[in-house]
Design a protein around this ligand. Structure first.
Ligand SMILES: NC(=O)C1=CN([C@@H]2O[C@H](COP(=O)(O)OP(=O)(O)OC[C@H]3O[C@@H](n4cnc5c(N)ncnc54)[C@H](O)[C@@H]3O)[C@@H](O)[C@H]2O)[C@@H](O)CC1
Ligand SMILES: [K+]
Length: 526
């Protein structure tokens, strides 16, 4: 799924209006009914609803949703903020349509003397605010619908609107934002004012997720978010280019290569994992298991001698190549060719290991996977990154990324830096986090949609490395190997959490669900 920038919204809208064709007000009606449907399916009709509508089309949506909810039997207190006495055309039309509703009480700005503005009262109320605003009481049971601003936000909220947002945020009410939490920019919020951004419990967003939703620091604003399809014309979605994508299960499923019936373990790849050291042999074990369960035909682990028994006992399917040293890897000799190589899980940073790793990088001609300590050993050695084979996959979490490429204050900044680095060094960066981003050497960014917070657990990254390398070994091109590996890993984690809860799961539980994850993806293909 493509992620567009919010400044493209008008273009997508206009094309749909001209080519479907559909009237602009009817497109708004379609968007509003999707929002209404979502609200009706979650909140009972006796829930008191307070609506905050802004002067633009986001406010228009909110007014249309208000009409629909009243028709469905909800009682609403609606506030339309119109300080400049200027509403967008469709907002105006929806204000007029609201007036047709029987029994809805209309008033202009609430007078300052009217200081006891409590709700719920008898029947639904509509108030247009042009100057003074006495906010209604928002209690724990109140549902707030936030339709102040959406994709048309032009600067951070301040003044009166800032105060309204702060008032909403300080209440115990449940908040649903339409399209975007008001005050949040769709992309870059580096210069924004956090206290003037609505903190929603649920954001119902139109057609595609916004880039800002992918960043951890914005979760406090978006809460849970859900995409609703409002029928933007497929041709304009196709024609409009973007660098950002959100990977959905059907897309991941299409990447799975079909296995020939005549396959042998030798042509589904021999994986080499250079991993483990004394005290961290579990990382090698997990990566080896994950590679095997992802479909690698053969897996060898090159590691410190102390790992031999551990590995051969816990992963009898894997071969073991013991280093001369007992506690760490001191030399890496490739005496045969491998279909895919990964370096890093539990590697440690012994100076002999570092030397062996740097020597290996000088010999490698094909893309490899670098994770964990391999990344830490690369930090400060840009000359080594420069000489990595094209399409080499680096899998840093944000701390490892910053260690490698310098500190970043926000996820937005980090993502831009990652794009710059992926392009500069012709590498694939898998930036791990809640919405892991796979960044290609062309600078395309693919956000993962599977996975859950339970996967923030020891060994989860080693598992991912094993999976991506296992796919590479089977002949997947590095980009689909990274995308599919990340997606499968997340889906296996989701299945594990479904079975045993997020708190319970460990890396082993993720591995144990790889099979079910494959099965689930296979089902998307039929
Ligand atoms: N294709 C789509 O995505 C559709 C979008 N629709 C809605 O339309 C919204 C976009 O509507 P608009 O472009 O009218 O934009 P908004 O409604 O988000 O806001 C525009 C208004 O806010 C004012 N404004 C902007 N920043 C401000 C600030 N910091 N302080 C005070 N005022 C400020 C502008 O002057 C303008 O009056 C979407 O978010 C969505 O809710 C839907 O109606 C249907 C179709
Ligand atoms: K909003």
């Amino acid at each position: 799924m493509k992620i567009f920038f919010t400044n493209e919204t008008k273009k997508l809208d206009r094309f749909t209006i001209e080519n479907e064709p559909i009237k602009s007000i009817d497109l708004m009606e379609r968007a509003a009914s999707s929002v209404t449907f979502e609200i009706i399916s979650r909140w009972k009709r006796n829930t008191p609803v307070v609506v905050f509508a802004g002067p633009g089309n986001n406010g228009g949506d909110a007014l249309a949703v208000s009409r629909m909810l009243i028709e469905e039997g909800y009682t609403l207190d609606i506030y339309l903020f119109n300080p400049l006495q200027k509403l967008s055309q469709d907002c105006l039309k929806n204000r007029d349509r609201l007036q047709t509703i029987e029994g809805l009480k209309f008033s202009k700005s609430v007078k300052p003397s009217d200081s006891t503005n409590t709700f719920p009262h008898n029947g639904s109320h509509f108030t247009e605010i042009t100057n003074e605003f006495i906010p209604p009481t928002l209690t724990k049971g109140t549902l707030v619908i936030d339709g102040l601003f959406g994709s048309g936000l032009s600067k951070p909220l301040s003044g009166g609107f800032g105060s309204v947002v702060q008032y909403i945020n300080s209440s115990d009410a449940t908040v649903v934002s339409i399209d975007l939490p008001s005050g949040l920019f769709g992309e870059n919020n580096t210069e924004n004012i956090p206290r003037n951004i609505v903190q929603a419990d649920l954001t119902i967003t139109f057609q595609y997720p916004k880039l800002a939703f992918m960043f951890a620091e914005n979760e406090q604003f978006t809460g849970e978010w859900k995409i609703v399809d409002i029928g933007i014309h497929p041709d304009i979605i196709e024609q409009t280019e973007t660098k950002y994508y959100y990977i959905e299960p059907d897309e991941a499923a299409r990447m799975i290569m079909k296995r020939s019936r005549f396959v042998s373990k030798h042509n589904v790849g021999h994986t080499l994992l250079i991993a483990g050291s004394k005290g961290m042999m579990g990382a090698a074990v997990l990566a080896a298991k994950a590679a095997l369960h992802t479909g690698a035909g053969l897996v060898s682990v090159l590691s410190a001698a102390c790992g031999e028994k551990i590995l051969q006992t816990s992963v009898p399917e894997a071969l073991f190549i013991a280093d001369e040293q007992d506690s760490h890897i001191s030399d890496i000799v490739l005496n045969r060719s491998y279909s895919a190589i990964a370096v890093g899980p539990g590697l440690g940073r012994h100076e002999e290991t570092a030397r062996a790793f740097y020597k290996l990088l000088g010999q490698i001609k094909r893309p490899i996977v670098l994770d964990a300590d391999a990344l830490n050993l690369l930090a400060g050695h840009t000359e080594l990154i420069e000489n990595l084979p094209k399409n080499t996959i680096l899998t840093p979490h944000h701390l490892e990324f910053d260690r490698l490429f310098g500190k970043n204050d926000t996820s937005y900044e980090r993502l831009n830096k990652a794009r710059e680095m992926a392009i500069r060094y012709h590498i694939i960066i898998v930036l791990k986090g809640a919405n892991t981003a796979i960044i290609t050497p062309k600078g395309d960014v693919l956000f993962n949609s599977s996975g859950n917070a339970g996967m923030a657990t020891a060994g989860s990254g080693d598992t991912l490395t094993g999976m991506i390398t296992g796919l590479l070994a089977q002949g997947y091109h590095p980009i689909p190997a990274a995308i599919l590996g990340v997606f499968l890993h997340g889906m296996a984690g989701d299945l594990a959490a479904e079975k045993d809860s997020q708190e319970y799961i460990t890396a082993r539980d993720i591995i144990s669900q790889i099979g079910q994850a494959y099965k689930k993806l296979h089902n998307y293909r039929v």
